[in-house]
Design a protein around this ligand. Sequence first.
Ligand SMILES: Cc1cc2nc3c(=O)[nH]c(=O)nc-3n(C[C@H](O)[C@H](O)[C@H](O)COP(=O)(O)OP(=O)(O)OC[C@H]3O[C@@H](n4cnc5c(N)ncnc54)[C@H](O)[C@@H]3O)c2cc1C
Length: 376
Amino acid sequence: MSRDSDVIVVGAGLVGSAIAYGLLRQGLNVALLDEGDVAFRASRGNFGLVWVQGKGYGCAAYARWTLASSKLWSGFAADLLDETGVNVELIQNGGFHFCLSDAEFSERRKRLEWLQAEVGPHYEFEMLEQVALRDRLPGVGPDVTGASYTPMDGHVNPLKLFHALHKACVGRGAALHVNRRVDGIRYDNRAFTVTTAGDTVRAPRLILAAGLGNKVLADKVGLYAPVEPNQGQVLIGERIAPFLKNPTIYVRQTDEGTIQIGDSMEDCGYNDTTRTDVLAAIAARAIVCFPRLANLNIVRSWAALRVMSPDGYPIYQESTTCPGAFVATCHSGVTLAAAHALRVAPWMAGQSPPEEMDVFSGARFLDPHREFHNDH
Ligand SMILES: Cc1cc2nc3c(=O)[nH]c(=O)nc-3n(C[C@H](O)[C@H](O)[C@H](O)COP(=O)(O)OP(=O)(O)OC[C@H]3O[C@@H](n4cnc5c(N)ncnc54)[C@H](O)[C@@H]3O)c2cc1C
């Protein structure tokens, strides 16, 4: 079958769905194509944090970009609730990053001081030593040295977010096609023809938001997205009575009472299977943080692949050789969902780019003299 639309979005994960939703809000007619269940999908395996603190150490533009997205989040969640009836359970009451040694505590302070100096005094944070931390967060274990706290952090239910975005897109008339792996892209007469096994879709704009799939697709339209997988494993504990009102970097309690314990970071290629030693280490760390979790029943575990650029920062770029083609990819697609819908999508629809965009061009990876440290 062949059809036309204003814009094709390849990839209906959190990045593609948020951008598609934003494009629909701009009044565009959107075709959203997704490979389906066989693909790697970070959007179904993440930790659900809307997290600001610590992000962008060494790249203030990323810190500002993340903070700006977190500020858009409450309006974004309210709009999704309004349109779809799905409450994504956003709570932005501040988050704790635990430090498990003195060295970690002083490194943390150094990083947050740098970020505050770069971003401004509104980048508020506190370094809490053990007594102050236990006072603020009862139940923290004696082997936790301290924590950084910022009021900027929060969390959502990421599966409800995913569902809300798809529902909002379909509700606004998007054509959502699953089991459509995009293989071919042709650019002629200022339009893109995209082919899948069963379909051809043509549009003057094309957004590549295919997660790890962007690595291959970007090249077809003169873009560069050298993303690689980074594995994260997560444990899910049974639902228990509320005991943890704030999200923390390693443990959070969801709106439903479930305990989510995360997450590892490992480069092991496209392997998305769990390993007992990694899960055991995650569990042990969670028990150090909250000794009461030693008695928790674990009901589920999984591994998922983060979409990582060489420096850990997002890639957003419009092609110069095929104008109208854009790439969007990042490793914090929950946190940045609001920015993707409300700031990136209007640019991709034809408005001027947000000021941070230049920093995030994939062209930065083509500079042979530049060194990258993945220190997000
Ligand atoms: C363990 C873990 C914990 C995380 N925790 C957090 C967190 O707390 N907070 C946060 O902000 N982020 C977190 N993330 C990151 C977040 O989940 C990702 O940034 C986000 O899901 C990326 O979304 P995406 O749409 O780019 O990629 P994906 O979810 O991977 O989606 C890509 C989509 O593209 C489709 N696709 C691929 N190739 C093709 C093709 N050729 N044709 C058609 N479709 C294609 C696939 O079917 C897929 O649906 C975490 C990730 C992991 C793994």
